[in-house]
Design a binder for this molecule. Structure first.
Ligand code: GLY
Length: 387
């Protein structure tokens, strides 16, 4: 498989999107296009992350200039605390500011990433002992809620400890990963999207869903966030529980895929004509698989099936789901956002585009995205003293 054609096509589309839309960010529609508007949602970092990936692939200074302008926009957002009452600060600032530090050594971007980590840390609820996913402290509906997506926001915290030496960030990240492992992962290796705790006492109340088919179902993107997120917690902490959990979630994901290896939006939804796929879940999982292969020992017998699955998923995405050669703003077709909420049913998802490009660059160029610095620290070496 020649991946470079897919990458070239993607980079061309990213360039065109910047030229056509200036400092606007892509948002989800139900119209097979993006709606271009302000930096006010949880998803804008994916776009900036794609600009950084484009810079790393091409070396073209245009992409770096654009990514830096976008970081300025993220800085204003943080100063104004504009729509940041949620845990996705990790996605937003990891793929913009932290990426700017990793790729360009930009010290101001590094400071911004640290400020973002502080904001995320402030979501730790000391009475309940969890990181609150959405809304302000004490919120009646969401005050006691954790969600599996949060695992992908924890790298910003682990990194903050790595950078500053202050253990508080990684202690909280580790506790949240362990809480997620205990309560969001079920005995058959499927997962809850969300779990509730008593806000005052931390007593576990029960699992549920927000975007899945029903409370006990397995929302495919949630499972994907878990696969990649636990692998990253293993990279930072070296705790083998997280490696094992990532692999178990992955086995479940792969075993429940349809013939073309691209997930429907929930593993329990009845499959009928018109049931939405979620290509973004498969793109996230592809990155998770590549990360696992980076982390697993060479003699691990699970390497083979993971490598085969990675090849199958990527081949299917490129050959059947990508917009290669088409006039399109997005890179991957047939993503879904919130099917139950009737939003983004079969469309481009900017995070699907991001993870698709990250997976391609991981495979083709060993560029692993922006979840950790590319230093030779060794797995968990730095963190072992903290957790
Ligand atoms: N983190 C929100 C989502 O995956 O839709």
């Amino acid at each position: 498989m020649v991946w470079s054609k897919a990458i070239e096509d993607a980079v061309g589309k990213i360039r065109a999107n910047i030229e056509n839309n200036g400092m606007k960010f892509p948002h989800i529609t139900n119209e097979k296009r993006y709606e271009w508007s302000e930096n006010i949602d949880w998803i804008e970092g994916f776009y900036t992350g794609m600009v950084w990936l484009s810079f790393e692939y091409t070396g073209d200074a245009y992409f770096k200039e654009q990514a830096k302008l976008q970081i300025d926009n993220f800085r204003q957002r943080l100063e104004q605390r504009n729509c940041l009452e949620h845990h996705d600060i990790g996605f937003l600032y990891g793929l913009s500011a932290l990426a700017g530090w990793i790729v360009d050594g930009d010290k101001d971007a590094c400071q911004l990433a640290l400020q973002a980590a502080d904001l995320l840390l402030a979501r730790w609820r000391s009475k309940g002992h969890y990181l609150q996913a959405w809304g302000p402290e004490g919120d009646e509906q969401n005050g006691g809620r954790i969600i599996i997506d949060c695992l992908m926001n924890l790298p910003l915290l682990y990194w903050a400890t790595q950078h500053t030496g202050d253990p508080i960030y990684s202690e909280i990240a580790y506790k949240q990963a362990e809480l997620s492992r205990r309560y969001l992962v079920r005995g058959d290796d499927s997962s809850y999207h969300t779990f509730y705790f008593n806000q005052e006492t931390g007593i576990p109340l029960g699992g549920g869903t927000h975007q899945g088919y029903h409370d006990g179902s397995t929302w495919t993107r949630g499972q994907a966030w878990g696969i990649y997120g636990f692998a990253l917690s293993y990279r930072y902490t070296g705790d083998p529980k997280f490696l094992e959990t990532s692999k178990r979630l992955l086995r479940y994901f792969i075993d429940h895929l349809p013939e073309d290896s691209i997930a429907y939006w929930d593993f329990n939804v009845p499959i009928e004509a018109g049931t939405s796929r979620d290509s973004s879940a498969s793109a996230i999982t592809a990155c998770g698989m590549h990360e696992l292969l980076e982390l697993m020992p060479q003699d691990d017998p699970d390497r083979l099936w993971i490598a085969v699955a990675l090849e199958q998923v990527m081949k299917s995405l490129v050959e059947r789901y990508a917009t290669i050669g088409e006039e399109a703003e997005g890179l991957l077709k047939h993503g879904s956002y919130h099917v139950r909420g009737n939003s983004g049913l079969d469309d481009y998802m900017i995070w699907g585009d991001y993870y698709y490009l990250e997976a391609l660059l991981r495979i083709e160029r060993s560029i692993p995205g922006y979840w950790y610095e590319r230093t030779e620290q060794g797995i968990g070496k730095l963190m072992k003293q903290f957790v």
